[in-house]
Design a protein. Structure first.
Lengths: 667, 318
């Protein structure tokens, strides 16, 4: 299994220089994305065949590249196979979308070479089985995605996004480097097998967990390490945004699971508390930030933070149950987290594709320049509606299933003995419920403002439906949202092997239950059947429609909008993105964003328009990042004098440094 | 999952909620009018309204999209399915295992999602206003409902509504502080979710404080009838939910004989009458709140529900 996968990754790497050559040709993008589509599909097939094999095979290989004597080790086990499937499914969908979308790229030379390299980087992270290859691939993935973020480098905003991203990526890699350093220990074995054989214990293990949380968490976008994410993800071309949000954050989750669940083994009870304390607030904060935005792609990027928060809360629950030896519930929480990983990859890619299509059709990312697109782009509108419902965790789509499973795990947590957990888990449950409700509000706003209502600008009024490749990609993903929502049993069963290898056991087999119901623990306790709910809903809706049209009336008249008798032809009277979220801004924002609304009413008789000024602060940026930034620039300015010394002083400096080091050694 | 009997109970329940929902609304309206010493409309008025609306033409706004025409059916389907899964006169529902209480709350969430979208479709300021306020209210009411569900589910050891109803009916739960808090929270949420006074006024039009009515302003004819019917079903659903969790007496157990079913139906109607009376009394006694007082009202429900859950985590007997 591993050999063909590596050959396909090598093909992706070879496509990177080919991308340079192809960027000059008219059909170049189509050829490159077509090749990426085929390779990613093949890799996805390999991953699935490994994942779905009931024997849960593990295959590994050592290549004579990388560090001398050690070589580079690669391995496919169930965990790697699952994430390999997610990465390449996302990659295949993005490539299909890009077959159409890529044709609009103004500077293909800045995108084409890096795109396959980026895909290859993510694949190698998942396949790597020694710390050296893992870190090299991780950095490769970060740098190639950075190149894609700054591909439109003439916009100042993108350059800033690229800069912040580069800093945070370096920070993350540094943390992971240190984590692997501690894991390797004094003996310095960097391959994962040796690390598993000689695991650090006690405080060293906790240190590794903290470093892994910092490193993987900053890549995944956990609050407060998220600051780069909403800048960088929207700056890239839309198919790359989809990959960054839908897939790369999942590679970060993979890194965390690999280190904490696999390499570290048994956990301390407070690790789970830390994960819950980070995951719950990330979910709620992420979606509140998302609600405050006007830029479609930025809303989606912030909502990624929310979903990553849900995943990490699930992982925290899994750790807590595992530490207490309640393996079955740990498997439930772990499966819920992984299922959410997959679900989020599907609907977030779908939503970014939709945003990309809108961007192509109108040239606008600002919702307040859109409106009424459901009339101009009906098929995009339909696919995107599915994505919006799915991400809002509403039945019968897939987002609901993973949230439901997470809630079921939360409901079993009173059995945990640790007091800290008893207090934090209800709060986290509340935060997740809040996040789900706010996500629905957020996506009502996104869809309602940009697709419904009347067109706010001429650009939106003249938008054209997007091309068939983009539509195909969106419809495949939308269909999968529904399929995973009404047949969740198959998707849960596919995670059996991963759960067995990471938490020791797996959820009971689901697909064999009657009517494809999912029953996490026991039938008397809880069960959910997406298929029946969907079928009942469809049936009762159709019956109502048929009965009313047959028996009562089926006539329709068109007339001007009623609007309580005061219809106004001006499109500016519609609710905008900012006014839609005003009540929520007022309820939640006063504390979290120190929102201030200043209204200026002109005196009676004056014809001057009234003004409303809204002041909002990103408190995390202002209290955490800005002081660090100014401290660093302060320090660098002080050290800057060293750059302009005479050669005599440089020599003196070198000499004194040498003496100092020798002294330290002597002591 | 056994047999024709359960299927009959399930079918009877689906028709019963549909038939009873307008009557409940009419009953509450009549009571409110009587409490104000008015005569009030006859009990059957909601049925007449529905039939009249169904027969009328639909007047669609010129730029209404296909979504606008589909949404009433989606709302109706979601609410009806949810309402038919809440035990009313008996707990032996054939399909109760297909969706637990969390799923029922989420189904209502789906209906609300589409209702809020419908408010924005025509592109009028009133529609947007209604939707914007609706999602603000929902963003507090939905977590409060879910956490209430958590606390009740943890006491009963199940999220299946039938199992919860049977557990509560068996008396094993006893009197608990957390149940009291949960009941209080759920009552507040029910008032908010159904757009009753003091959160919203189901009888207003042309008022800037309105929420639900603003969202459905552009609907007419059969579409409006379906939305009205869904709102009535939702009120029935919430009252049934309170009845089956907190007043479980007399409800027929699974595989009950006809006598028990008849008794269950009788007690169910009595419970609805009591709850409807309390609702009318409360609505008459209290004044409508300003919009930005609502978060405090619902925040109280959220905190009470959280407290109920926390008590359950801290001690098994509270």
């Amino acid at each position: 299994m591993i050999a063909p996968a590596l050959i396909l990754v090598a093909v992706l790497l070879a496509l990177a220089p080919a991308g340079m050559a192809l960027s000059g040709i008219a059909r170049g993008p189509a050829i490159l994305y077509g090749a990426c589509l085929m390779v990613a599909t093949a890799l996805c097939a390999i991953a699935l065949s490994s994942l779905l094999d009931p024997a849960h095979p593990v295959s590994s290989i050592t290549l004579p590249i990388g560090l001398p004597w050690i070589g580079a080790q690669f391995r496919i086990d169930p965990l790697a196979a699952f994430f390999l499937a997610v990465v390449n499914f996302g990659g295949a969908a993005a490539s299909l979308f890009a077959l159409g979308y890529g044709a609009h790229e103004t500077s293909p030379g800045r995108v084409l070479p890096f795109y396959p390299a980026y895909l290859a980087g993510m694949n190698v992270v998942v396949l790597a089985s020694d710390a050296f290859s893992f870190l090299v691939a991780w950095e490769f993935m970060s740098l190639s995605s950075w190149a894609l973020v700054v591909s439109h480098h003439r916009e100042a905003e993108n350059v800033r996004a690229g800069y912040v991203y580069l800093l945070m990526a370096s920070f993350g890699t540094l943390a992971l480097l240190l984590a692997f350093g501690v894991l390797a220990g004094a003996s310095g074995h960097y391959d994962f097998d040796s690390i598993r054989a000689a695991r650090p214990v006690g405080q060293m293990a906790s240190l590794v967990m903290l470093l892994a949380l910092l490193g993987a968490g900053s890549k995944a976008g956990l609050v407060p390490l998220h600051a780069w994410l909403p800048l960088a993800h929207p700056a890239a071309p839309s198919h790359v945004s989809a990959l960054m949000s839908g897939v790369m954050t999942k590679v970060a989750v993979y890194g965390f699971v690999r280190i904490v669940f696999d390499l570290l083994g048994p956990s301390e009870w407070w690790w789970s508390m830390l994960l819950l304390a980070v995951g719950g607030p990330s979910a709620a904060m992420g979606v509140l930030y998302a609600l405050m935005q006007r830029d479609i792609k930025r809303v989606l990027a912030y909502s990624t933070i929310e979903n990553i928060g849900i995943v990490f809360a699930g992982l925290g629950l899994a750790l807590a149950f595992k530490a207490e030896g309640m393996d079955l519930v740990a498997a439930l929480a772990f499966t819920a987290a992984l299922l959410h990983v997959f679900n989020h990859a599907v609907f977030k890619s779908l939503l970014f594709f939709g945003a990309g299509s809108v961007l192509n059709a109108t040239g606008a990312r600002d919702m307040e320049k859109l409106g009424g697109l459901i009339h101009r782009m009906p098929q995009t509108a339909f696919a995107l509606l599915v994505g919006c419902v799915a991400i809002s965790a509403l039945p019968p789509f897939n987002g609901f299933v993973s949230e439901w499973l997470t809630f079921q795990a939360i409901l079993l947590s009173p059995q945990l003995p640790a007091w800290g957990l008893k207090l934090i888990i209800p709060a986290v449950g509340g935060l997740l419920a809040l996040a789900a409700a706010l996500a629905a509000a957020c996506f009502v706003k996104l869809y309602g403002v940009s697709f419904l209502g009347r067109a706010r600008t001429a650009l939106a009024a003249e938008a054209q439906e997007t091309d068939r490749f983009s539509l195909a990609a969106m419809f495949v993903l939308a269909a999968l949202c529904l399929a995973a929502g009404i047949f969740p049993a198959f998707f849960i069963d596919a995670l059996d092997g991963v759960s067995k290898s990471m938490v020791g056991t797996s959820m009971p087999h689901q697909a064999s239950l009657a009517w494809l119901t999912i029953v996490p623990i026991a039938e008397g306790r809880s069960s959910y059947n997406g298929l029946l709910v969907f079928a009942f809903g469809l049936l009762s809706g159709s019956i109502a429609s048929l009965a009313i049209h047959r028996l009562a009336s089926d006539r329709v008249r068109r007339a001007p909008a009623w609007d309580c008798g005061y219809p106004d032809p001006d499109v500016a009277i519609q609710y905008t993105a900012s006014s839609f979220s005003q009540p929520i801004r007022r309820v939640f924002g006063t504390l979290l964003f120190s929102v201030r609304e200043i209204g200026e009413m002109p005196p009676p008789g004056s014809s001057r328009p009234a003004r409303l000024t809204v002041e909002m602060h990103d408190l995390i940026w202002e209290t955490l990042y800005a002081p660090i930034g100014s401290a660093i620039s302060f320090a660098t300015e002080r050290v800057n004098v060293l750059q302009f010394l005479t050669i005599r002083r440089y020599l003196a400096l070198v000499f004194s440094a040498l003496v100092l080091l020798l002294l330290v050694l002597a002591l | 999952m056994n047999g024709i009997g359960d299927l009959a109970v399930q079918g009877a329940q689906m028709l019963l909620v549909l038939a009873l929902a307008p009557l409940l609304t009419g009953f509450v309206r009549k009571l409110k009018a009587r409490l104000l010493r008015r005569q009030g409309p006859p009990l059957a008025q909601p049925y007449r309204d529905l039939i009249r609306l169904m027969r009328k033409d639909v007047v669609l706004a010129e730029n209404a999209s296909w979504l606008f025409r589909v949404i009433p059916y989606i709302i109706f389907a979601g609410t009806w399915v949810a309402a038919s899964l809440v035990p009313t006169f008996g707990s032996g529902l054939l399909f109760s295992w297909s969706a637990d209480l969390i799923a029922i709350v989420a189904l209502l969430g789906s209906a609300r999602f589409f209702q809020a979208l419908a408010g924005m479709d025509v592109g009028t300021s009133f529609g947007g206003l209604g939707s914007s306020r609706e999602v603000m209210i929902a963003s507090l009411a939905e977590p409060a409902t879910l956490i209430t569900v958590f606390s009740v589910a943890m006491i009963a050891g199940s999220t299946q509504l039938s199992t919860i109803a049977e557990y509560m009916g068996s008396g094993a739960a006893g009197l608990r502080v957390s149940l009291g808090l949960a009941l209080f929270a759920l009552s507040i949420v029910s008032i908010a979710e159904n757009g009753r006074i003091p959160v919203d006024n189901p009888a207003t039009h042309l008022e800037l404080t309105m929420v639900h009515e603003a969202m459905v302003l552009e609907y007419s004819g059969r579409h409006l009838a379906l939305i009205d019917l869904s709102a009535q079903l939702k009120l029935l659903l919430y009252l049934s939910l309170i009845a089956c969790m907190f007043m479980p007496w007399g409800s027929a157990p699974p595989q009950a004989d006809q006598l028990a079913l008849a008794l269950g139906a009788l007690t169910y109607v009595a419970k609805l009458a009591i709850l409807g009376f309390l609702l009318a009394l409360f609505e008459t006694a209290i004044a409508k709140m300003r919009v930005f007082r609502i978060p405090e009202f619902l925040g109280a429900a959220l905190m009470l529900a959280l407290l109920a859950t926390l008590l359950r985590f801290v001690s098994g007997s509270l």
